[in-house]
Design a protein around this ligand. Structure first.
Ligand code: AGP
Length: 606
């Protein structure tokens, strides 16, 4: 969704801003813009990609201070006028804003009554005019920002620069902003990922913070009036390259990175001798683990699918009741929270607004939440204050792949760890740990010999709809396969537990309808075979994901085999062909595989 990047220092700002925007591109956006301050402001805005903005920039734009933005339209159509930055009428103040100003209609009316005519349809532009008006009262940019945000309802990450003041003022409420401190230079970003090429020293702004920056100073003056120090965090190096390298797309690169991503996720967290997991971030004693009344997992999209697998593993291995929730529904349903229970917030970005609000709901009601998060220092990770980083490295394709496998691996380690304190024998634990250790290699083995993926692509690419079916632990894998194909190739996809198919989805089947079955060699496989027969009897074309050497292959029209795998861990492997089918189908249909239409990588609005 929207992204902010800003710079002040001694260097020419424009190339730094453009590069910053490029690093935010993966989040999804529809227009981009920059404003640079020299003797006066110059503003460039353009719908489309950052490359299109770049194409309208003159060769040398002078100025060492600037703000930049990628916009994902909420208020107002996608247009150059609605793109950020937005200037005040006097031209003395320029802002970029992430979030939603809920009372913008009222503010617009008030501004119009004062004779200010707004030049865009956005909620954000109101901030520039109010800030300018407030500045005219006492010529103090920090105080003006305080008075401005006190008039706003909603969420904001705001970054403002001023014609007559050599400071940048930032404000945060519900929309992330991170300050990067260099040597006599400052960077601001809504995403830590865009800062790490410049500096590892960052300040995570909290809700209610207002920060006034010069190139060598940060002064924090939160809305609550209690001034505080800017706490500098030194970001650890994450593994992984943010560049494409030899791959044509990030999605493919990230599919192929799964073995290494998993190695980073499990490294140092497996105790082979004791057959146990060793998740350091869990702030729970073995005694507390042994007494857990239940576990609840929260997530959206892919994270929710991984959470469903976590639910199954926690129940089956740890024998603790568990349930996975859709974050966006959680708070709405006024859930009862047991303070003794364990809650997990599962999120790649750590910024998903629906999951964040579920976390806050649990905390308000006295519950504890642990994060299962990829992006270090993200809002959800900090809000939880405890949990497990999954260490997938930067994931830039909108369609999540390597984060899914690492979320499942992290939840499997948790299930083993709790299971060992309750019901699992050392021997069973050792087999599971061994299974986890083998998975990266098994994915490599599969990627070297992917099977008839293109045959499957040909079967689905022109289909009216595609049905994905799996049973037990493969039911959430079916959901993940359907989500992937739908989001990158825009084909209507339906996922069901295989046994539920006969209660409704079977009505869709006609001659040649593609049905993708996920059927690893586990205790529910025979039941899945029955569902295959029912589909075949209605003329369906069966695309079957199964384990190597399994006689179930006789049941498929197109058979894609994966190496043999521990049955509790099969989702990490069976999901890979589904990711590849989605990727190649999107290419066949000429879709923008890394940035599918209408989607954003971080969904920061509820
Ligand atoms: C996954 O392919 C999707 N792009 C989407 O469903 C995503 O998983 C969801 O928005 C949750 O994101 P998060 O993991 O960053 O919280």
């Amino acid at each position: 969704m929207c992204g902010i990047f800003a710079y002040m220092g001694a260097k020419v700002a424009t190339p730094i801003l453009v590069e910053g925007l490029r690093r935010l591109e993966y989040r999804g956006y529809d227009s981009a813009g920059i404003a640079v301050k020299d003797e006066s402001f110059t503003v460039y805005k353009k719908i489309g990609k950052v490359a299109e903005l770049q194409s309208i920039l003159p060769d040398n734009v002078p100025g060492n201070v600037g703000i930049a933005h990628t916009r994902w339209a909420t208020h107002g159509v996608v247009s150059d006028e609605n793109a950020h930055p937005h200037a005040s009428v006097s031209g003395d103040v320029i802002i970029v804003h992430n979030g939603i100003i809920e009372n913008s209609r009222t503010l617009r009316t008030l501004l119009e009554k004062k004779g200010i005519s707004l030049s865009s349809e956005t909620d954000s532009e109101t901030i520039a005019h109010i800030l300018d008006y407030e500045l005219s009262r006492d010529n103090n940019p920090t105080a003006a920002m305080h008075r401005t945000v006190s008039k706003l309802h909603g969420t904001w990450g705001i970054c403002a620069i001023f014609q007559n003041h050599d400071v940048m003022v930032c404000a945060r409420n519900g929309s992330p902003l991170i300050i990067g401190k260099g040597d006599n230079e400052m960077f601001i970003s809504s995403d830590p990922h865009a800062l790490t090429t410049h500096t590892q020293r960052v300040v995570f702004m909290e809700d209610g913070d207002i920060a006034t920056l010069t190139s060598d100073s940060i002064s924090m003056s939160p809305l609550n009036g209690i001034n505080k120090e800017a706490n500098i965090t030194v970001l650890e190096d994450e593994w992984g390259e943010a560049e494409l390298g030899d791959f044509p797309h990030f999605m493919l690169k990230e599919i192929f990175e799964q073995p290494d991503a998993l190695r980073h996720c499990i490294s140092g967290r497996l105790d082979r001798v004791r057959g146990n997991g060793r998740l350091g971030g869990l702030k729970l004693s073995p005694l507390e683990l042994s007494k857990l009344p239940h576990v609840r997992l929260l997530g959206c999209g892919t994270a929710r699918n991984a959470a469903e697998i976590g639910q199954i593993l926690i129940e089956s291995l740890a024998r603790v009741p568990a349930v996975a929730h859709i974050s966006s529904e959680f708070r709405t349903n006024d859930p009862v929270i047991d303070p003794q229970a364990l809650h997990f917030a599962v999120s790649q970005s750590g910024e998903t607004a629906d999951t964040l609000s579920a976390v806050k709901e649990i905390q308000i009601k006295g519950g504890q939440v642990h994060g299962i998060v990829n992006v270090v220092g993200s809002t959800i990770a900090r809000q939880c204050g405890q949990g497990v980083y999954i260490h997938s490295g930067p994931e830039q394709a909108v369609a999540s792949t390597k984060a899914f496998s690492n979320m499942v691996a992290a939840l499997a380690m948790f299930a083993i760890q709790v299971g060992r304190s309750r019901s699992i024998s050392k021997e069973r634990g050792q087999k599971l740990i061994q299974g986890l250790q083998q998975i990266p290699h098994l994915i490599e083995e599969y990627l070297e010999n992917q099977g008839p993926i293109m045959e499957a692509v040909n079967a689905v690419k022109n289909a009216k709809s595609v049905l994905f079916l799996g049973r037990g632990i493969s039911a959430p894998v079916a959901k993940e396969g359907a989500l992937k194909l739908m989001e990158v190739a825009y084909i209507p996809c339906l996922a069901y537990p295989a046994g539920e198919m006969k209660h409704g989805p079977i009505a869709l089947l006609e001659e040649g309808s593609p049905v993708i079955f996920i059927a690893p060699n586990d205790h529910v496989k025979q039941k899945t075979v029955s569902a295959i027969h029912e589909c075949r009897a209605r003329g369906a074309k069966i695309i079957l994901i199964h384990e190597k050497g399994d006689s179930i292959s006789e049941e498929g029209d197109i058979n894609i085999e994966v190496p043999n795998v521990h049955s509790d861990l099969s989702p990490i492997l069976t999901v890979v062909p589904l990711q590849l089918i989605a990727y190649h189908t999107a290419l066949e249909l000429d879709c923008d595989v890394d940035r599918p239409r209408n989607l954003a990588k971080s969904v920061t609005v509820e």
